[in-house]
Design a protein around this ligand. Structure first.
Ligand code: ATP
Ligand code: SKM
Ligand code: MG
Length: 176
């Protein structure tokens, strides 16, 4: 991978952006950032607290600032929050200088992967499955519009997916 472009991982909650992003960064010898974690560091509070106190709008403002900041760097691997694509400024910043990897999965998989984790405020309700399905449907065109590379994560473990992503990144750069 000779390109110095940032690599952004996008996709719905629980698809594996953080898990795969960290492994991919290791394999490429690049620095890894996760926009959710950077938002928490900058705020000095976790995401549930930000949603409670500032609402989703407050979280989105913080997320936009972090997205703009990271997009100015080079050669990073950046795992994004699942909702980063709903903001047009974020989409522009990501597209401007990024290679974008869209990770997808079935709704059933997303439900399984998010079931035990209470850190996602949008899923703390009686029917997280419906929320996941609805959110995925609304955001899918945005994920697809941004994606340079799309990877289905349903049938492979993260390490194997990273091998596949590395192959696709090489092809993408040869064609660029
Ligand atoms: N390919 C995979 N197969 C099975 N489980 C996976 C896979 N990738 C990730 N997981 C598991 O799914 C869960 C969610 O993964 P992760 O936190 O990386 O998702 P995310 O896309 O970063 O979510 P969020 O948008 O909420 O930050 C974790 O428990 C992780 O171990
Ligand atoms: O899909 C979303 O809107 C979110 C996904 C998470 O990564 C966090 O950014 C937050 O919980 C909101
Ligand atoms: Mg994550």
């Amino acid at each position: 991978m000779k390109s110095r472009q940032n690599i952004f991982l996008i996709g719905p909650m629980g698809v594996g952006k953080t898990t795969i992003g960290r492994l991919l960064a290791d394999r490429l010898g690049r620095h890894f950032y996760d926009t959710d974690r950077v938002v928490e560091e900058r705020t000095g509070a976790d995401i549930p607290w930000i949603f409670d106190v500032e609402g989703e709008a407050g979280f989105r403002r913080r997320e936009q600032a972090v997205c703009a900041e990271l997009a100015q760097e080079q050669a990073l691997v950046i795992a994004t929050g699942g909702g980063i694509v709903i903001n047009e400024e974020n989409r522009k910043a990501i597209r401007r200088d990024g290679i974008v990897i869209f990770l997808s999965a079935t709704v059933d998989q997303l439900v399984d992967r998010t079931a035990k984790d209470t850190r996602r405020p949008l899923l703390q309700n009686d029917n997280p499955r419906n929320v996941i399905a609805e959110i995925f449907e609304t955001r899918l065109p945005l994920y697809q519009e941004l994606a340079d590379i799309t990877v289905a994560t349903d049938r492979s473990a993260p390490r194997l997916l990273v091998n596949d992503i590395l192959r696709q990144l090489d092809q993408h750069n040869e064609n660029a």
